[in-house]
Design a protein around this ligand. Structure first.
Ligand code: ZN
Length: 305
């Protein structure tokens, strides 16, 4: 049985300052803000989404900015690094744009990674790929623009059980190099790599600013999500019922290594409640929180364009 998972859908992290977060992702990295809404479970906090022109699944980095939240502590049981794909020949541009003193390079599975940190110490890297996805060209031209995720690295004390889970989800173990094992979902959406980093002696990660809160995998629609949900539940995982997130439907479950996984539908997408030309501009509230609009508009700090 192969489950209908297409790669990543989105990655959601915690931030300490909404304005700084917005500036870094829209201006420095040149992503498009595709939605400005609130955390549906804590509506006094923004939920900001950044991605390509449409917020295509596999391109969407999202944030819950909790004002003044303390920094997270890196460790085991978390997403260690989120990896974006950039066009071939563009790493030099990014090294200059981010500042040579702010980046480091490393080699992994024959690829060069350019590592850098976000405003809260969030860990990212860029890798040149030949994939055909188009990046958003608001601030950065097409020859250099981020195309979406390439994948992510999971940091785990014992990668075995999570490796089994990834295989069950349709990923194939490709190669092991030192304490890293690369998994890839065949025929994925471009955001199709998960590297599992095994760190037996690492302390447990503590979530805070700059930490990934959860990582979401893409399925086309609710029928595909039901199939995945049933298969995951049948193997013994506790998995939530489908939850309406307005722009996708989500189910969540915690992996053996402690990372929170989500499986999210590609439909209906971010143009559900605003036109493609104006994505991310207005504060959009889910129906259940619309009655709080006046309060929230007074409470949430302006973050700029
Ligand atoms: Zn999510």
């Amino acid at each position: 049985m192969t489950l209908p998972i297409n790669g990543l859908h989105h990655v959601t992290s915690l931030a300490s300052d909404a304005r700084a977060n917005n500036g870094f992702f829209t201006r420095t990295l040149g992503l498009r803000r595709v939605k400005k809404t609130v955390n549906f479970d804590a509506p006094d906090v923004y939920h900001l989404y950044y991605g390509d022109a449409a917020g295509t699944p596999g391109s969407v980095m999202t944030y819950f900015p909790f004002p003044g939240i303390g920094k997270g502590r890196a460790g085991a049981g978390e997403v260690g690094e989120t990896v974006f794909a950039v066009p071939e020949g563009s790493l030099g541009f990014w090294k200059e744009r981010l500042g040579a003193g702010n980046v480091t390079e490393s080699a992994r599975f024959g690829e060069t990674h350019l590592h850098f940190a976000g405003p809260d110490g969030d860990k990212f890297s860029l890798v040149e790929t030949a994939d055909g996805r188009d990046g958003w060209t608001g601030e950065v031209d097409a020859d250099h623009a981020l195309r979406g995720f390439r994948g992510a690295t999971l940091r785990l004390r014992d990668g075995g059980a999570t490796g089994e889970l990834l295989r069950f989800m349709g990923y194939e173990a490709e190669e092991t190099q030192g304490n890293l094992t690369r998994f890839r979902v065949p025929g994925g959406n471009g955001a199709d790599i998960i590297d599992v980093e095994t760190l037996p002696g690492a302390p447990a990660a503590q979530q805070g600013g700059g930490s990934v809160h959860h990582i979401a995998f893409s399925v086309a629609d609710r029928a595909a999500q039901d199939e995945v949900r049933k298969a995951i539940a049948d193997t013994g995982y506790q998995i939530t019922p489908p939850i309406d997130r307005d722009y996708f439907w989500a189910v969540y479950f915690r992996t053996p290594g402690g990372v929170l996984f989500e499986v999210a539908t590609d439909a209906p997408g971010f143009d559900r409640d605003e036109s493609p030309a104006h994505l991310g501009e207005a504060l959009k509230l889910p129906r259940q929180h619309e009655h709080l609009r006046k309060v929230l508009e007074g409470h949430l700090e302006p973050i700029g364009d």
